[in-house]
Design a binder for this molecule. Sequence first.
Ligand SMILES: NC(=O)c1ccc[n+]([C@@H]2O[C@H](COP(=O)([O-])OP(=O)(O)OC[C@H]3O[C@@H](n4cnc5c(N)ncnc54)[C@H](O)[C@@H]3O)[C@@H](O)[C@H]2O)c1
Length: 252
Amino acid sequence: MGRLDDKVAIISGGAKGQGAAEVELFAAEGAKVVFGDVLDDEGKKVEARIAELGGEVEYVHLDVTSDEDWRKAVDLAESKYGRVDILVNNAGISLRHQDMDISNEDWDNVMDVNAKGVFLGTRHVIPAMQRAGGGSIVNISSIAGILGRPLASPAYAASKGAVRVFTKSTAGRFASDGIRCNSIHPGPIDTDMIRAATNSIRPETRVGEIPMGRLGRVDDIAFGALYLACDESAFVTATELVIDGGVTGIRP
Ligand SMILES: NC(=O)c1ccc[n+]([C@@H]2O[C@H](COP(=O)([O-])OP(=O)(O)OC[C@H]3O[C@@H](n4cnc5c(N)ncnc54)[C@H](O)[C@@H]3O)[C@@H](O)[C@H]2O)c1
């Protein structure tokens, strides 16, 4: 028996990295998964790979800044699988610039994808979860949304801080509908993002700041998302799950 048997999930940013790991794990645990991204070729490959493993997954083009794309994703989940129980707002982008020298456009872009994207996904999925009698929303924030991290761009940190508080606000508003909402705060995870964000700094050089002595792996986050998505966390809402190898909790 899977931990997500009979559940229907929507996952954003599922074409690679943490999102692809979540799609694969959720499908392996019995969920039917509609997942989206802006990288359609990569998304289709993930869909084909998981289908070969026997998973029930469906890729859809989903730019998280688009109301229309969200509407289509939720419609697809409901028409094909009958309901929506889980949303993982995973899609995100980072910025190379660490300081205040970013353009207004870069600021807007990061806030659009990382913060507004979470808002739009939540707004579109809530009515479907109300129809289903409840649900679980998992928002992927960052430890940069909790701490002032020298290596994180201020715009990125602001967008992730917005996700952190929006999560609690959503949890408070919809607890009475049986809809839970929690945030995950990954530390440095070994994906394309950390390689792009750290720019000329090799990700491996960041291992020194991590008490556990290694970068996080995509499955470290996917297992946290699985716990918050499934019924084992039925009494958990408005919480922050930090998965960072001890970065925020242990002072050197
Ligand atoms: N890697 C890290 O160190 C780290 C740390 C903390 C938080 N995070 C967060 O984890 C999440 C997943 O990131 P990742 O590490 O897997 O990086 P990644 O770059 O491998 O994956 C991000 C995915 O989001 C997609 N995406 C970007 N813009 C999109 C849009 N407008 N609409 C839909 N999809 C879009 C990308 O195409 C990509 O598939 C992000 O929210 C990120 O901010 C990552």
